[in-house]
Every structure is written in C-alpha cells, then in structure tokens.
Design a protein around this ligand. Sequence first.
Ligand code: G3I
Length: 383
Amino acid sequence: MTAPGGMRRRQLLTAGLAGLALVDAAPTAALAQACAATDSLRRLAAQKGLVYGTTIAAWQILHDPPFIRLVEQQAGLVVPENDMKWQDINRGRPGDDDYSRADAVAGFAVESGMALRGHNLLWYFRTPPWFFTLPDRKAKEGAVIAHITALAGRYRGIVHSWDVVNEPIEPRDGRPDGLRKAVFLEALGPGYLDLAYRLAHETDPAAKLVVNEYNVELDAPEHETRRVVLLELLQRMRQSGTPVDAVGIQAHLHAVGGPPFAADRFRRFLADIAALGLTIEITELDVSDEEAPADIARRDRLVADTYRRFLDVALDEPAVKVVVTWGLSDRHSWIVRHETDRSRWRKDGLPSRPLPFDAELRPKPAFAAIAEAFAHAPARTPG
Ligand code: G3I
C-alpha cells in the first residue's frame, strides 16, 4: 500500500466568519453555505498559533477519497486512529511487523504538507499477545526497546509529537503513585516510563514526547483524583529528567449525562501543567450523544454546545497548542462503529453524531462551534 500522490489541496474561500451566525439552529443547506463561506478549521486554528487535526486510517486514504479531500481541506495534522498501534502493526510474532498502513498514513501526511502525530509507542491495551508470554523481564525489556526503536526510528524527523505511553495512570488500581497496574509496569516496574521516554527521545530527538490521558476534565471525584495523580507523575518526570514535552488530554466528552464539565478546575489543571514548562495537546476530542434526544437538530445543538464549552476553557490556556478531533466526519467514528462500551450506545439504535461533519460530509453545528472557538481563542506562540 502506498500513499496516494497527486491530491491537490482545495482552494479555500476566506470570507471570514460572517456566515457562522447562520449556523446555530440552521438546517443543513445553510450550514453548508456557512461552511463554504468561512475558513477551514486548519486555517482558523493556524491564525491563533494552533494546529487542528483529525484521525485517519490507511484504508480511508485508499477507499474514501471524498473524506480524504475533506481532511485535506480542514486539517493541518493527522494521526492514525489505529494504524501505528503495536498490536495493529504486529503480525503475531516478535519483530514480525507490517508497517504498510502506518507508512500510508505517514506518507499521506508528508505529501499533503500536514503534521503527523504518532499514536502510540506503548499502550497496555494494544500490546501483542505474545509479549505477555515472554519468559522474563530481560526479554520483555528487549522487546519494548526493539519496538520503540523500530517504530519511532522509522518515522524519525516527520512526527510532530508521539504519544509515548498512552494512559499510564489508573488511581483505582490502588498504587500510591497512581500508576496503572498493567503489562509494562508489571513487567518492568515504574521505571518503564523513563525507559520509554528516554529511548523515544534518543530515537527521534525532534518529536515532542507526550503523556496521553483521559477523564481529567469533569467535576467528578474520580476525575479530580486523576488530575492530581497525573500532575504528580509529570512533576516526578520533570524532577528526574525524563524527557517529556507535553500532556495529551483525550477529552472524549458526553453531550448529556454524567457529571458536569469542571470549567474552573480544568482551567487550573491546564495552568498547573503549563507551570511545569509543558505544552498541552487536546488529542482525541469528540462528543458522544448516547443520552441526547433523538431529534437531530436538538442533538446536534447539544453536541455543539459541549464542544464550545470545553474549547472556550481549553483555548484560554496559551500552553494548548494542538486540537485533534477523534475523527472529522460521523462517517468514521469509533462511537458510531460501536467500538465503545455497550453502555455508551444509543438505546434507540439511531446512529450517533459525535463529530464536526455528518456522515454525508456536511458541516454540523459542531463545526461552527469549533470554528468559533478557534476564532475567539487568544493568539499563542505555535508549539
Ligand atoms: O479492523 C477490524 C476488522 O477487520 C474487524 O472486522 C472488526 C470486528 O470487530 O474489528 C476491526 O478492528 C477494530 C478497530 O478498532 C478498527 O476499527 C477493533 O475491533 C476495535 O477494538 C478497534 O477500536 C479502536 C480502539 O481504540 C482500540 O484500539 C478504536 O477504533 C479507536 O478509536 C480507539 O481509540 C482509542 C485511542 O487509541 C486511545 N484513547 C481512547 C480511544 C478510544 O478507545
């Protein structure tokens, strides 16, 4: 599989945000008109020193050109949703890796002049089954080193930022340090974090190294504990000289249900991260609508409001440099594909509508909400 050549960026109309006032309660035609009359999310973000991006997959590059054209129009950065995960690359035996899909995404980013996020070098949840059967610590450490060296090395110089360890904390596991009791910690001890970040830095010194986490934005005791534990981990990493550059905040949000968004606490949390000298990337933003009403206009309004409330706070913090939505169109979303927990599926069986564009690639109120948030965001130094 090779990355497609010859795709030209579409010329974007740059008539400013005038059309967006139409968008709030507007039907699709007006939304499309408003979208056509305004900048792309990429350009609106760039005007404020931000980078806007989305997930893609290699098969979409090959088989869904209209979607890919939308990505080229709207995004300044892409991240493979699944194609760089260890278990997805590996064919079932140590070192037997197939990089063709990861190569296709990386090639697309380079050819399209987009930044590339690397997701991810280590994630307990997508670790090849054979890793668990390796005989001892030495063998497991060797496999981790070989994997990080090969994957980060293959894309050296072209990755904007790597999620080096994805989801390293889990306070509910009961450790005093709040680290997740999962495969790498159990195999190598808490020092696996330092090993992974140092190795990633040696292998690709230009890439920003990210700790990527979820559930740190709501006004719930569990989220507050996770904020505290994550900050403590970052402080330890900074003190010990572990090379970490940024925090990835996944931000898989819900339009309705659950604890409220903790605007003030979240604002303080972002400031605390910035005070450690780290930048911040919103890495997996989407809004599920499983408890929102069936009516599409109302549902889309609730989803858009959730994007707006979150981004208004997040973008107030100048250390936030990147915003990635976990997909661009409802055509390709893990929520719509029901790759979420069953409790998060809509009970009425209607397809979810979590992203800025609908399944027909038409802009939704969520698009306007994100565009407005970018337009109103304070300018920052790009990072
Ligand atoms: O590709 C196979 C297909 O061949 C097969 O027929 C089908 C049957 O289930 O499965 C397909 O694979 C699925 C894959 O996504 C591609 O769609 C897997 O079952 C499914 O488990 C996998 O889910 C992904 C999940 O991570 C686990 O890797 C989601 O797409 C992806 O959105 C999700 O992303 C994660 C981030 O990496 C980390 N943060 C949380 C986020 C959401 O869980």
